[in-house]
Structure formats: C-alpha cells, structure tokens
Design a protein around this ligand. Structure first.
Ligand code: ZN
Length: 230
C-alpha cells in the first residue's frame, strides 16, 4: 500500500511459509522465502514480541530483544513482525526517510504501541504529517468478540469506547481494533488520508490467513524494507 512512496512491504499468507507459533520467526524455511523478497534474509531485524509498547532501533539484522515496535533509518534495512489476528502496522516517512513496524493487539492498543511507533519516528526526525501508515491483515470488527477482560483496560486507558466497541450479547462486545488504532494514529498527527487499511479480516479469511482465534498454529510475517538508496 505504501509502495507508491518507494517502500517495499508485504504480509505473507498461510501459503507462503510455515511459521509455527512460539518458534523463532525466521526458520530456514522463512529465510528462504524472505530471500525472495530481496537480499540476504539474515539482515532482517525482528524482536521478541511481548504485547507491549516498547521500541527497538534496528541498524542490522537479527533479534533485537523484547519489543513490539521496530524503527530504522538505515538504508536497505528490512524489518519484520509476526502476527495471527493482531495488527501489523507499517509507518513510513518517505522524506526523512524513516520506517517503523509494529505488532499491535488489544494489549498493545491499551499500552499505546501505535502512538509509541509514531513518536519514535518523530524522535528520528520524521514529520507526522508526512507519515504514511498501512494496517495489514488482522482481525476485524466483524469477528473480534471480547469481554470485560479487554474492555475494562481500554476504558481505563481511553475513556468510553462506544466508538470502537459495540455491545453484542451479555457481557460481550464486538471490538474494532482497526478504528482504535486509526484513532491513535490521528491523535499522533498522522493524516487520516495517509492511513491505508487493507481491512482484510484474518478470522473471515482462514483460507488465506492464519487466525489465532480460529485455532491456527501458524503466523503471518509482515516485512517492510527501507529503500536501498535515497
Ligand atoms: Zn471477520
């Protein structure tokens, strides 16, 4: 979605590679697939995802510790996150240039991971008005039924969440994590016109994607790579 701005990024489907839950995201199999994207898969930077809002900076490949946001200004640097229902969010300022990749579920939403990603880019010299955002395949409001365990922390963090959560049945809501994170992007200064949401629900499309909620053991890999020359 951000390719027009010169950014290479993609999310795998369930057919691209088998990335079992709990494994290192870059098995030999995954490395082979990623090599087909561009360059040496060993250069891909990734983190141990912990459903938080921590940020790590990548200036080379490999595992960077525990974090759910990875940022870079290094030419040609590829970043990756793994998901299965959580939101993979790509953020890019083509003028700086600077790139961030975030893994955001409901816990990350509560902790402000998306806002943290924008702020990390701003700290690197990005201008939020220039930042382009892409939200990859993830669970949609059509399928994301939650209870108070999820709603209460959201209300504690953001106040009333009627705009994102629709009462569904007794003690249950349908939660729109896309809208919650689009709101976080807007509040961080990212223009709504610059936010591209594929609106591909992983739970609706289990023929294409892994969905944790639908019992899939696999994971999707979202990759984004800084341009090699700018
Ligand atoms: Zn759905």
């Amino acid at each position: 979605m951000l390719t027009a701005a010169g950014l290479r990024h993609a999310t795998t489907t369930r057919y691209c590679l088998r990335t079992p839950a709990g494994s290192a995201p870059f098995s030999v199999e995954a490395r082979t697939a990623i090599s087909g994207v561009e360059g040496d898969a060993g250069r891909v930077a990734f983190a141990g995802q912990v459903h938080g809002a921590g940020v790590v900076h990548a200036a080379g490949g490999g595992r960077l510790g525990e974090a759910d946001v990875i940022v870079t200004t290094t030419a040609g640097q590829p970043l990756a996150v793994v998901t299965a229902d959580c939101l993979p969010i790509v953020l890019y300022d083509p003028a700086r240039p600077a790139l961030a990749l975030a893994h955001v579920g409901w816990r990350g939403t509560v902790k402000g991971a998306t806002r943290a990603a924008v702020e990390a880019l701003i700290a690197l010299g990005a201008d939020p008005s220039r930042i382009l955002a892409a939200i990859g395949p993830s669970i949609g409001p059509c399928c994301y039924e939650v209870d108070r365990v999820v709603i209460d922390p959201l209300v504690a963090a953001f106040g009333p969440v009627d705009r994102w959560a629709v009462p569904h049945s007794d003690g249950k809501w349908m939660l729109d994590l896309w809208a919650a994170n689009e709101a976080q992007l807007a509040a961080s200064g990212v223009a709504r016109a610059n936010v591209h949401n594929a609106r591909l629900c992983t739970s609706c499309r289990t023929h294409l994607f892994h969905s944790y909620r639908r019992g899939s053991r696999g994971r999707l890999v979202t990759l984004a790579q800084m341009p090699s020359a700018y």
